[in-house]
Design a protein around this ligand. Structure first.
Ligand code: COA
Length: 334
């Protein structure tokens, strides 16, 4: 008997129209296009108009996925939103998305795992499909990073952008679908990348605002070294467990945090450029948005075919680490 697998049956993406180039950032902080490009691979990022919430870009991506699949929001059973920039601390952004979409039959919740959030949400959603209890699960990765960026801190504000992506999970009985995953947490890394203010540890006060605690803080070099090591480790562990090597991978879809991190993992696995998706030059790091946006780029470039072995990998604040192996089911992309 064939095992029931969760298949990605639709992809939708959304980035805001407004673009912030490296040259624009040169006017805001002491930086240069050359520094940003050579250290990160980023050339521009898309940013929302101030006041645009995460739910808005999440809904735009979700609508694209539903349109491509030819189903209505009323057909959804569950909505999971991965984000670190929810509209509010509560209620969950998934509730706001459910309402805006009119997904009246769906329940939902948010999941917080920073840059690994989309992969954690994908894996979580897949369990509901594989168990047979849910037929249509919408998994969204969406972040408005500009809401928590300190434009006086040149070491972080140049790295991030805003964006969202959504995938639909449905059951399939054949070889295709989500094959396996490997996730890790190393909570001792929490101090290296976080937003300290606004939670129960440091509730918002005049002092927390004055101390700029409601913005992203990171020790970039430490995060960089950890990410380089863990990207390759996580990806290789998952491949090995499934009796694959880098040669079997048709497409490596990595979290887009820094081109040097992606290329280090690419070279370690011996993957040629044609097997690696890179769109960081256009979007920067959109946190939970990067992997579905990268799937969108691969589809735009006609680089995903039914039956392809796709390896998804991310490392993020926490530290969180995740890899997911997918046998691609094929989606309509127009
Ligand atoms: C942030 C990052 C690009 C910095 O690159 P780096 O090569 O490690 O650079 P360093 O932090 O060592 O800084 C080198 C110098 O550049 C300076 N610098 C930092 N940001 C700069 C900027 N935007 N423009 C110009 N100079 C900058 C630093 O002040 C430092 O100057 P100094 O030597 O005079 O002190 C890199 O560490 C990185 O990508 N880290 C991971 C970040 C990440 O992906 N976070 C999300 C996790 S998923």
């Amino acid at each position: 008997m064939n095992q029931r697998r969760a298949c990605i049956t639709a992809v939708g993406t959304h980035v805001p129209e407004k673009v912030l180039t490296n040259a624009d950032l040169e006017k805001i902080v002491d930086t240069s296009d050359e520094w940003i490009r050579t250290r990160t691979g980023i050339e521009r990022r898309h940013v929302v108009e101030p006041g645009t919430p995460t739910s808005e870009i999440a809904v735009a991506a979700a609508r694209e996925a539903l349109r491509r699949r030819g189903i209505g929001a009323g057909d959804l059973d569950l909505i999971i939103v991965a984000t670190v920039t929810p509209d509010m601390i509560f209620p969950a952004t998934a509730c706001l998305v459910q309402d805006k979409l009119g997904a009246t039959r769906a329940w939902g919740f948010d999941l917080s795992a920073a840059c690994s959030g989309f992969l954690y949400a994908l894996t979580t959603g897949a369990q509901f499909v594989q168990s047979g209890t849910h037929r249509r699960v919408l998994v969204i990765g969406a972040d408005v990073m500009t809401a928590i960026l300190d434009y006086e801190d040149r070491s972080t504000c140049v790295l991030f952008g805003d964006g969202a992506g959504a995938v639909l999970l449905e059951p399939g009985e054949g070889e295709n679908g989500i094959l396996d995953f490997s996730h890790e947490v190393d909570g001792s890394g929490a101090c290296y990348l976080n937003m300290p203010g606004g939670g129960s540890l440091h509730p918002a006060t005049r002092e927390t605002v004055d101390a700029r605690m409601h913005y992203i803080k990171q020790q970039g070099q430490h995060v960089f070294k950890y990410a380089v090591r863990k990207f390759a480790e996580s990806a290789e562990k998952l491949l090995l467990r499934n009796d694959f090597t880098g040669t079997d991978v048709d497409l490596f879809v990595a979290h887009q945090a820094n081109i040097r991190i992606i290329e280090a993992a690419q070279h370690r696995m011996g993957l040629p450029d044609v097997k690696v998706v890179k769109n960081i030059h256009e979007y920067g790091n959109t946190t939970a948005g990067t992997i579905p946006l990268a799937l969108g780029t691969a589809l735009d470039e006609n680089r995903l075919s039914r039956g392809d072995l796709v390896l998804l990998t991310a490392v993020g604040a926490g530290f969180t680490v995740g890899s997911v192996l997918v046998r691609w089911s094929g989606v309509s992309w127009d």
